[in-house]
Design a protein around this ligand. Structure first.
Ligand code: ATP
Length: 238
């Protein structure tokens, strides 16, 4: 079995008086595609933010390759190899496509490898090459999502955190985004993905966790979760 890359143990975090995470235990092994599903407000986004260091854990432990990361700053965590592709396609709207992609590589000084990664991103998203000089805010929703994914890949991460990559996109683009996430994993990058679309998420994932009001209610192989009575009723529409 592959070694554990990311581990959360008893992680608590919140926003002032609101405790969003009430003791999360979760692990992602090298090479896996793991999905985190759950209702609105369950704490999915907060879990990803705690991992990338945007939200500080108030208790518990987060390790990456066995080393504690929960006291590190977001830029340090990024440099270790964890990229966060946030909810809502947060590209820099007034920057061009090229500038957005370059921002993704800001921690790197290996310019030859950065150019190779740009080519890899263009291979995945040919439209971005065509739109290099276009201001990102004028791209369509689907194109912005592709840019957000491309930007995350530009740091050459070992683990990518995807927050609701399919949110608000047309159905044909949703299928495309899921195919791309699966392809990223097939190319060797480990993935932890938060999704509202539990049906598609469980179809491409190896394993899943079900988050309910700040705690893990259930976890298991993606296929077993997709067949689970509770998961079917609560998240798969019967
Ligand atoms: P969604 O799918 O709606 O994004 P989620 O499962 O990702 O939901 P979180 O966004 O992590 O859930 O929110 C968990 C809890 O923390 C919710 O009760 C939410 O209202 C609260 N929360 C999130 N962000 C903030 C914030 N900036 N300030 C105060 N409370 C917050």
């Amino acid at each position: 079995m592959a070694s554990t890359m990311l581990r959360l143990e008893g992680v608590r975090a919140g926003y002032g008086p609101v405790e969003a995470l009430k003791g999360i235990d979760l692990e992602v092994r090298e090479g896996e595609l793991v999905t985190l599903i759950g209702a609105n407000g369950a704490g999915k986004t907060s879990t990803l933010k705690a991992i990338s260091g945007v939200l500080r854990a108030s208790a518990g432990r987060i390790t990456f390759d066995g080393a504690d990361i929960h006291r590190l700053k977001p830029a340090q965590i990024l440099k270790l190899g964890i990229a966060h592709c946030p909810e809502g396609r947060r590209v820099f709207p007034y920057m061009t496509v090229r500038e957005n992609l370059e921002m993704g590589a800001f921690t790197r000084s290996d310019s030859t490898a950065v150019r190779a990664d740009l080519d890899r991103v263009f291979g995945m998203f040919p439209i971005l090459r065509e739109r290099l000089a276009q201001v990102a805010g004028t791209l369509s929703g689907g194109e912005q999502q592709m840019l957000a994914i491309g930007r995350a890949l530009m740091s050459r991460p070992r683990l990518v955190l995807f927050d609701e990559p399919s949110l608000g996109l047309a159905p044909t683009i949703v299928e495309r985004v899921f195919r791309i996430v699966a392809e990223i994993r097939a190319q060797g990058t480990t993935v932890l993905m938060v999704e509202q679309n539990a049906h598609l998420a469980l179809r491409i994932a190896d394993r899943g966790y079900v988050l309910e009001t700040g705690t893990i209610a259930l976890d298991g192989a993606a296929g077993a979760l997709a067949r689970d009575e509770h998961v079917r009723r609560a998240y798969l529409g019967g």
